[in-house]
Design a binder for this molecule. Sequence first.
Ligand SMILES: [Zn+2]
Length: 81
Amino acid sequence: MEKIYKREPDPQWRLRTDNKSYQALHYWVKKHLGKPQICWCCGSKDLPPNRYHWANVSGQYRQKLWDWVRLCNACHSAFDR
Ligand SMILES: [Zn+2]
């Protein structure tokens, strides 16, 4: 009888790939837009630089500059929810 070879899907594969492209995209955003220093939402700019993040507007992580906004820690976590 012929054996049908079925590859076991690697559950980590997609996660790894997504994570890698996510990091690459963030690198691309930083390269083109610089480090965020002011919050687009609440306007705060007195926080330490590492408190500002790039947030994706559409949630589709497009490689478009308009799809990214600067948000502080607090606004970012509120935005993601
Ligand atoms: Zn804010």
